[in-house]
Design a protein around this ligand. Structure first.
Ligand code: SAM
Length: 182
């Protein structure tokens, strides 16, 4: 969508304030995406939820939400988790010299990857490295982070995951799963 292509006045004002002509240019500058594609319908419907005097940051956040791809699910990279346990953990624990391991999830989306890590590796890390670990999980999508914090997921996030083999995923009576706090 270009600047002349039916933007709301609020969006036009944001583009002017940021010194760019298109939503794509704004998102590219904000996220580092080379050729972002924005879901026009999503942009329009999210903009309708904002008050007319919404601050620039909230309008910009709408564009970011319409550009990101949050695809993720539990145990998505099972081989990677296996390697972390058998190949990475020993060396990382030795290198940490008694300090907690520091782990960053960059682009964690709605959290399935992070909880998969906790569930699959947490006990092994604590056994191999009593100082434990600290996790920082970040994402540019505030919507995704809110889902991650809520710790509650529908079956689409499971996609065939065996719940019995992964008791850290706790089924709820309404067919969802949640991540317990303990
Ligand atoms: C396809 S998801 C991957 C989720 C998870 N890492 C996984 O592998 O299952 C990509 C995530 O990266 C986030 N993302 C993209 N660009 C980002 C940036 N510049 N800063 C922070 N998060 C970003 C998106 O919002 C999205 O949630």
């Amino acid at each position: 969508m270009s600047a002349g292509g039916g933007h709301t006045p609020r969006l036009e004002a944001l583009l002017r304030a940021r010194g760019v002509e298109t939503m794509e240019a704004l998102v590219a500058a904000r996220l580092g995406f080379e050729r972002p594609r924005l879901d026009d319908y999503l942009v329009k419907s999210l903009l309708r939820t904002l008050p007319a005097d919404a601050p620039d940051e909230r309008v910009e956040a709408v564009l970011v939400e319409a550009a990101v791809v949050g695809e993720t699910f539990f145990l998505r990279h099972a081989g990677q988790l296996q390697w972390l346990k058998s190949g990475w953990l020993g060396a990382a624990a030795a290198g940490a010299a008694g300090r907690p391991l520091q782990i960053l999830f960059a682009g964690c989306s709605t959290g399935e990857e992070v909880w998969s890590f906790f569930g699959s590796l947490g006990p092994a890390i604590r056994a191999a490295h009593p100082a434990g670990f600290r996790v920082l999980a970040v994402d540019v999508s505030a919507r995704a982070l809110a889902v991650a914090r809520a710790r509650r997921y529908r079956t689409w996030s499971l996609r065939g995951v065996d719940l019995q083999a992964n008791p850290w995923l706790r089924p709820t009576p309404d067919g969802a799963v949640e991540i317990p706090h303990d």
